[in-house]
Design a protein around this ligand. Structure first.
Ligand code: NDP
Length: 322
C-alpha cells in the first residue's frame, strides 16, 4: 500500500505562481477557507518538496518541474494554454481549469454587448453624439443578423444560448458533435463543418481554447469565407488572431468591424495600429474574471479529489491541450 501523501495528514501547501501577475491577492481567499493553509509565491517558495498544489497564471518556465511532490496544477482561468506552453510541466500531474457559473455569465454579458454594439451601430451613435448629430443608422432586427460562436464549451454555449434568446439566429462550432443544443442554436463540428458555419455568420465570435489546432484560427482564409462586411469578436486568446490578416480584411471591406478582448500582444502597446484603426475596438482582456474565492474553493476541492485518487472533472486533456 502507498504511504498517504503528506497533504492528506497535514495542512496543504499551495504555491501561487505567475511571471506577470502579483498572485498574493489570492492568499486571503485560501486562508478564509483553510486558516491553517500554507501559501507561497514565486519570491517566497520555501522548500519545493512541501508544495502540494500550484495555482498558476503564466507560471515561470521550468518552475513546475522543480516541485517534486506536486499533485495538482490549477489554472486561475478557463484556459490552460498558459500552463501547457511550458514544455517542462511534470507529466502525470493533473492540470485543471476553473469552471464557474459567474465566469460564464461574465463572458455572456461581454459577447452579447459586443454583438449588439456593432449590430445596432452604437460606435456610430457615440461618434454622432460627440458632434451633436441626430442621424439614424439602418435598423436591422436580430432575426436578420446571424451569429456564429466558434467554441461551444462552458463559455461559448452560454453566450450562444443568450444570443438565441434575444432573437439572433445562432450557430455554433465544436470539435465533437453536440446532440442537445439549446433551442435556436444550430451546431456544426469539425473541419468539415467550418465552411457552413462561416458562410452563415454576420458576426463570428471566437471562444475556442488555444491549442495547436486552433492557433491562428482568425486568419485570411477564415475571413474570406465570411459574408462580406462581417464582424469578428475575439474573446479567446490573442494567438487565435492574425492581426495583419484582420487589418487587410478591414481595409478591403471583407470585414466591417472587429471587437478584440484578446490581442496578439498583451498589454497591447500604446502605439499599436489596432488601437488606432477606426473599425477596431480593443478591450484589455476583461471579458470575464474568476473571483478569488472561487479559485481557492476549486483548488482545494480538486486537491482533495486528487489526494483521494479521483480525477476532477475540470481536468484538461493533455493530448487535446484543453
Ligand atoms: P471549453 O474547454 O469548455 O470549450 C472549448 C470549446 O472549443 C469546446 O466546444 C470544444 O469542442 C471547442 N474546440 C476545441 N478545439 C476545437 C477545434 N479544433 N475545432 C472546433 N472546436 C474546438 O472552454 P471555455 O468555453 O471554458 O473557454 C473557451 C476559451 O475562452 C478559453 O480556453 C480561453 O482561451 C477563453 N477565455 C477568455 C477569457 C477572457 O476574459 N477573454 C476568460 C476566460 C476564458 P468540444 O466541445 O467538442 O470539446
Amino acid at each position: 500500500m502507498n504511504a498517504p501523501h503528506p497533504a492528506a495528514i497535514r495542512p496543504p501547501c499551495v504555491a501561487l505562481l505567475s511571471r506577470v501577475l502579483d498572485m498574493r491577492y489570492l492568499g486571503p481567499a485560501f486562508q478564509a477557507l483553510r486558516p491553517d493553509i500554507a501559501w507561497r509565491t514565486v519570491d517566497n517558495l520555501g522548500k519545493p518538496e512541501d508544495i502540494d498544489a500550484a495555482v498558476c497564471w503564466l507560471p515561470p518556465a521550468g518552475l513546475l518541474r522543480t516541485l517534486p511532490n506536486l499533485r495538482l496544477i490549477q489554472s486561475i482561468g478557463a484556459g490552460v494554454d498558459h500552463i501547457y506552453a511550458d514544455p517542462g510541466i511534470p507529466l502525470g500531474v493533473p492540470v485543471c481549469r476553473i469552471a464557474e457559473t459567474g465566469m460564464a455569465d461574465g463572458m455572456t454579458t461581454y459577447v452579447t454587448w459586443a454583438v449588439i454594439n456593432h449590430h445596432r451601430h452604437f460606435p456610430d451613435y457615440v461618434r454622432n453624439h460627440a458632434q451633436g448629430l441626430w442621424r439614424e443608422s439602418p435598423i436591422v432586427p436580430p432575426s436578420a443578423h446571424r451569429v456564429a460562436v466558434a467554441g461551444l464549451g462552458r463559455l461559448g454555449l452560454k453566450a450562444a444560448s443568450a444570443l438565441a434568446a434575444l432573437g439572433y439566429p445562432v450557430s455554433g462550432w465544436s470539435r465533437t458533435p453536440k446532440p442537445d443544443l439549446p433551442e435556436g442554436v444550430t451546431g456544426y463540428h469539425g473541419t468539415d463543418g467550418l465552411p457552413a458555419l462561416l458562410a452563415n455568420a454576420d458576426t463570428l465570435v471566437c471562444l475556442l481554447p488555444l491549442t495547436d489546432e486552433t492557433r491562428g484560427f482568425l486568419n485570411a482564409t477564415t475571413f474570406s469565407q465570411l459574408p462580406k462586411g462581417a464582424h469578428v469578436i475575439n474573446a479567446g486568446r490573442g494567438e487565435h488572431l492574425d492581426a495583419q490578416a484582420l487589418l487587410n480584411a478591414l481595409d478591403t471591406g471583407q470585414l466591417s468591424y472587429a471587437t478584440l478582448d484578446a490581442t496578439p500582444e498583451e498589454p497591447l502597446p500604446a502605439d499599436h495600429v489596432l488601437w488606432r484603426h477606426p473599425r477596431v475596438l480593443v478591450t484589455p482582456h476583461i471579458a470575464t474574471r474568476t473571483p478569488a474565492a472561487a479559485i481557492a474553493a476549486q483548488t482545494l476541492e480538486n486537491l482533495n479529489l486528487v489526494l483521494c485518487g479521483k480525477r476532477p472533472d475540470t481536468c484538461a486533456d493533455a493530448t487535446l491541450g484543453y
